[in-house]
Write a protein that binds this ligand. Structure first.
Ligand code: FNR
Length: 353
């Protein structure tokens, strides 16, 4: 790993340093086992279609890398994995390349490595329509992600302190960009109110990116040289809570799950909680930094494992997973009670299968 003091390098190396330290909210979710699956493994279909984007698997590589020489090399590894496993892939925020064109290559490498794959560009909500178009053009992207990361900016020593223009910016991008727009958090989760607000301005793809994996308050706190802001490290809603919150208000938008998703069982649990697809970041980064060939093998095994779990659950398609019976316990159950989420609604769904 490089020794230079570059924010993008530090984000990747610190996410790896803190890899797998989050508490998994997925432990609060259990499937009810029924003894007759009524499906064969060969019947299972993993494909997902979202806003004209076709995915062959219910997970993709979420935004992480680019903006420096080393993170360009990391992007090449991630894009190789994406190409060989047919996963969609988002780059990290391309704002570095919009400010400094000499960094463009660290993002373009993704399209060069994977010319026919689904590629998403990424920008912060401080940007307007013009930069959104530049970001998409830079990559020949199939969609644009806009990230909401207020707690990260607040803890970041050099972070933004102005957020009042975010909704206006988003609205102009959603209205003016002729491509799907995904609005995502970065590991702090979403509330039902946020999901409703996003839908009200026309957002169709919402990634609730919850707490439980990469913790950007911790990463930015570690980067601080002066006084620390430890309490922010607890900020935010878990991925499971965010998915349950989203179900309380979502109308027709598709919900994407991310944040601390590391295993096939967690992918399936997210889908059963109403997500249409899952974004994985630090887990895939961890595997890519270790061994790209091994990562490709593992991801292909995951696809088979997801099919086996779905078979046991009697779910032939990703949509069928929403008819599985789920028990919600622990801190997630406490949250449901405090926010009037009827958890018994999830416990008796398979009678409609
Ligand atoms: C990120 N993430 C991120 N998100 C985003 O929208 N734009 C970005 O530039 C970045 N950069 C970034 C760098 C690194 C090294 C990591 C690990 C993550 C956030 C990411 O997409 C995701 O929302 C969170 O990391 C939660 O998922 P995981 O890591 O817990 O799977």
């Amino acid at each position: 790993m490089p020794k230079t003091n570059n924010r993008k390098n530090e984000h990747v190396s610190l996410s790896e340093k803190f890899y797998d330290q989050g508490h998994s909210s997925f432990n609060d979710i259990k499937f009810v086992h029924h003894s007759f699956p009524r499906r064969d493994v060969l019947d299972i279909n993993l494909s997902v279609s979202l806003d004209n984007l076709q995915f062959s698997s219910p997970f993709f590589i979420n935004a992480m890398s680019g903006g420096s020489e080393w993170t360009g090399k990391v992007n090449e590894k991630l894009a190789t994995i994406a190409r060989e496993t047919d996963l969609a892939m988002a780059t990290g925020s391309v704002s570095a390349a919009l400010k400094d064109p000499s960094q463009a290559g660290s993002f373009k490498i993704v399209r060069q490595t994977n010319p026919h794959g689904l590629v998403f560009a990424n920008l912060g909500a401080g940007h307007g329509l013009e930069n959104a178009k530049r970001a998409v053009d830079l990559l020949g992207a199939d969609a644009l992600q806009i990230h909401l990361n207020a707690p990260q900016e607040i803890v970041m020593p050099e972070g933004d302190r102005e957020f009042s223009n975010w909704i206006e910016n988003l609205q102009s991008i959603v209205n003016g960009l002729p491509l799907p727009v995904i609005v995502k958090e970065v590991g702090f989760g979403m509330s039902r109110e946020t999901v409703a607000l996003l839908e009200s301005i026309g957002v169709k793809l919402i990634d609730i990116s919850g707490k439980g994996g990469t913790n950007f308050a911790r990463i930015e706190n570690y980067r601080r040289k002066d006084f620390k802001l430890d309490d922010f490290e607890e900020w935010g809603q878990s991925t499971v809570v965010s998915l349950l919150e989203a179900q309380e208000s979502v109308k027709s938008a598709s919900i994407i799950a991310s944040g601390g998703i590391r295993r096939p069982m967690e992918i399936v649990k997210s889908l059963a909680l109403g997500a249409s697809i899952n974004g994985l970041s630090s887990q895939i980064m961890h595997m890519a930094l270790d061994d790209v060939d091994e990562a490709i093998l593992t991801i292909n095994h995951w696809k088979e494992e997801i099919k086996r779990i779905m078979t046991l659950l009697g779910a032939e398609s990703i949509d069928d997973l929403r008819k599985t019976d789920i028990i919600i316990s622990g801190a997630t159950a406490d949250w449901c009670e405090a926010r009037n989420i009827d958890k018994s609604r999830y416990a008796f769904r398979s009678k409609t299968l």
